[in-house]
Write a new protein. Structure first.
Length: 236
């Protein structure tokens, strides 16, 4: 049950479909209300089997997925969705706390993870961040004098070309797609390295170091920032 939640209106540029998979009726209604209030189209289902069926039928842009579901667990639903729809954003909702649970959720293929009770503005911000990633109509990402062409795989800052490795390029694009959003090491590891068991979380810090040298080293204005105890973000 939610207690410390408040409705906050965000403006969305278009009506986007969100599938809510939650068996708690009161939470179902709450999520439906805040999503409708923020101009999303919403489908709500109560169990895992129906969720997998609806993903195929309604083709949502994002799934809010509770882990504690009847008949088929949220973990299984997440893995099954990932097999067919690898790019469909999934945000897990759960009452489970702790780093181990977060790592498990992300390793199953979730893009983000939020624990109950949560605050509405945090959830809405995370939804916006995940949906921002899948907008394919903008091949060029820009921030200050940094410009990235995702189709031509080109990076320029101040008009000068910058050579990046494939992992560095994907990491920079992920940061720019989430401009101003703090990304945890676990989120980055899951997105860029698919949370491979042979890859340690410190690899994120190593590659961030490489990227910061190439993007920021010769410029007075720094764009990539480390947020102590949380992760990284890119912003002016």
């Amino acid at each position: 049950m939610l207690h410390n939640c408040k409705k906050i209106a965000y403006t969305t540029p278009m009506t986007q479909m969100v599938l809510v998979v939650e068996d708690d009726k009161s939470l179902q209604q709450y999520l439906k209300d805040i999503l409708l209030d923020n101009n999303y189209t919403v489908h709500v289902v109560s169990d895992g089997l129906t969720a997998m069926k609806y993903v195929k039928e309604v083709k949502p842009e994002l799934v809010l997925l509770d882990l504690g579901l009847p008949n088929v667990s949220g973990e299984t639903v997440c893995k099954e969705i990932r097999k067919t729809y690898p790019d469909l954003p999934i945000i897990m909702l759960t009452a489970r706390q702790g780093a181990a649970e977060v790592v498990q959720g992300l390793s199953l293929g979730a893009d983000d993870y939020i624990t109950k009770p949560f605050v509405a503005d945090e959830l809405l911000a995370r939804i916006k961040a995940r949906l921002r990633e899948i907008r394919s109509d903008v091949p060029t990402l820009k921030l200050a004098d940094l410009e990235v062409n995702t189709q031509k795989v080109q990076v320029k800052r101040g008009g000068e070309s910058i050579s990046l490795t494939p992992h560095e390029f994907r990491l920079l694009v992920y940061l720019l797609q989430n401009n101003g959003v703090v990304l945890t090491r676990e989120m980055i590891l899951n997105k860029i390295w698919s949370y491979s068991l042979d890859v340690e979380s410190r690899v994120v810090d190593v590659y961030m170091g490489y990227l910061r040298k190439k993007i920021d080293a010769n410029h007075k204005k720094k764009l990539i920032h480390s947020i102590r105890g949380f992760g990284y973000t890119i912003k002016e």
